[in-house]
Write a protein that binds this ligand. Sequence first.
Ligand code: PLP
Length: 504
Amino acid sequence: MLERYVKKILQARVYDVALETPLSEAKFMSKRLNNKVLIKREDLQPVYSFKIRGAYNKMVQLSQAERDRGVIAASAGNHAQGLAMAAKELGVKATIVMPRITPDIKVQAVKARGAKVILKGDAFGEALEHALQLVEEQGYTYVPPYDDPDVIAGQGTVGMELMHQHPDPIHAIFVPVGGGGLIAGVAAYVKYLRPDIKIIGVEAEDSACLKAALEKGRRVVLEQVGIFAEGVAVAQIGKEPFKICKEYVDQVITVTTDEICAAVKDIFEDTRGVAEPSGALSLAGLKKYVEQQGVQDSTLICINSGANTNFDRLQHIAERTELGEKREAILAVTIPEGPGSFKQFCKVIGRKRMVTEFNYRYADHQQAQIYVGIQVKPDGGDREELIQALREANYPVVDLSDNELAKLHIRHLGGGRSLIPLGEEVYRFEFPERPGALLNFLNHLGHDWNISLFHYRNHGAAYGRVLVGLQVPEGDREQVEAYLNKISYRYWRETENPAYQLFL
Ligand SMILES: Cc1ncc(COP(=O)(O)O)c(C=O)c1O
């Protein structure tokens, strides 16, 4: 199988439109991790992602009759841009079906390349269904984003370039995984030539379809798919990529949203380039691998696969970066209520640490609650030391650094506690973000229960995130949750969450 793929990769036509991108050393990261870290700059392609390679290679292999019928694809963005550019170059009519969550920057880029855009559904699956229906009805030629040998061969040219750009030893190559086209192509080429190099897939922890498939030994469909890194938000690994991955991928690492955000910053600091979340995924995985395996003095390569992100998303990314880097501790601290006690607390934190956030709220005559963000050093248990120091000074502390409710909502919420008992149940919701989504959400929520708390903030992220308190009469909780299950927004009950209990 490898030899067949290597031949296809060597014959792939990509350089009519794609560039051989640089493999640059990330000097800061190398120093920090005690390894040589190299970044393959696929963000510098004319469509700002590697996807042009597979799309173009597939398109040039089509017969004239197939081209004449026009091509169609379903894509959350980057394949769409690749296909639109390839179609324009070859004079073929292109239609792209995109889910409505697609960042506007990608929609506009596809339109600018002359393709027709149809926005359909909230997730990739619905867009795909519509595209396949149009293939039936209109006879368009379907160009798949990853599950196709010619697409895989096009993406495999990234691996081919790496092999001649870095003939010296390489410990591992880190590859972002969506449907698996890129990793399959890279693995096929690299393992054929230099089987000692580890191929490590990196997935967002809430869309880890390759990891799930490797664990089960067969392709599985994920029930829920996180869309923060929308370029890799795929529920099932491709059939053809999986044949290669199950033999030649050494390991899969999953990373959190915060870790991805931190990697966006790292890439910026080393290259001054802004990666999209899927593009920074591989560096997030590389960092985690070094932390877990303690690898030193080795050469590690990560593929920055794309840079198509909306500018307003950077706000959200920047906010979560410190947490992803474990440079910020979010703590709930109870201090005595009374003159001088706030100052005393600040003294315990000391002058050496930067306070990033401070919210103080009178709780009762005896106590006050403080929501505090404090900068800590990422390594060496600094956060634990800080918490220990506070506890030794007799302050009760709850560590909220990994508490989504605290990070997403509490830090932005004014209002504090209600003076009267409310009989409140609190739920946190996520829904695909797009204009009108909030109103839609409210319409779905109905008015059977009084809303006692509401927080929504547009993070420029793919999700809309809402915290809602509902006044639920005793015994009605099951009824509320049966209703919430019906409206099918992802939600979490947060009534018992310490961040809610302490601050609201
Ligand atoms: C920026 C970016 N990185 C990685 C991927 C994952 O590629 P694949 O679906 O071939 O695994 C995609 C897919 O669209 C992408 O857009």
